[in-house]
Ligand binder design. Sequence first.
Ligand code: PXL
Length: 275
Amino acid sequence: MSYKRILTIQDISCVGQCSLTVALPILSACGVETCVLPSAVLSTHTAGFTGYTFRDLTDDMPAIKDHWVKEGIAFDGVYTGYLGSTKQIDYVKEIIAATAQNGVAIIDPAMADNGKLYPGFDGEFVEAMKTLCATADYLLPNLTEACLLTDTEYKTDYDKDYIDGIVKKLLALGAKTVVFTGVSFNEGKTGVLVCSKDSEQYYEHDLLPNGCHGTGDVYASAFSGALVRGKTPYDAARIAADYTVECIKETAKLDNHWYGAAFEPALGKLIDLLQ
Ligand code: PXL
């Protein structure tokens, strides 16, 4: 097996089981060398906690990139998640261009869910995020993010035409492959739609009653690890979905575990799925 190296750029939420505290162990479990660039450091994530601290690391990024370029450091993939500022998005584009010339850009436009932007993000951030998504080899939006990126009305009751219209716009934006999560056409089921200009595949799985925070990061991390490890986009999407379902089941066994997904007890299952 060849040994691949990925860079992931997203925040450290010290507590809350999301972003880097999820991505680093999951990517490592996928058997890929994992390098990190924290976009910000928060005491907790912003979904449900109040009074959290926020240290924006935007201004550190140019010097980090310059050092990596001087050292000739390159990545087989760059996977971006929650970013700390609008200005940072330009730096992230420069880092991808400078360090992943022969690698894949996997963009999770982590900025919104359930019809709403996360606290701290605004229309200017969404416009900047569109320019990053335009460079994506793989774009992993949820429905809310896909609507924001395409100026589409957010609906919870929709049909295949609505989803197809959004995918068409995301491809027109410039994303080469769209890995659209949380797309549900049947009651009790949800799934992931993997679309490029000339192909479309859908993987349907159970919709569990207890959704939990942080599953987007679990999904994107497992997808990125599986893809860089050599799986096809569809197999990576399927493995990530099956693993995320296991994590939600593990979380459901716990009392009052509202802030994140208990992804650690299911890491063995992820490793099995990758064999
Ligand atoms: O899971 C996405 C995410 C990542 N990082 C921070 C967040 C969120 C979602 O709310 O607040 C800081």
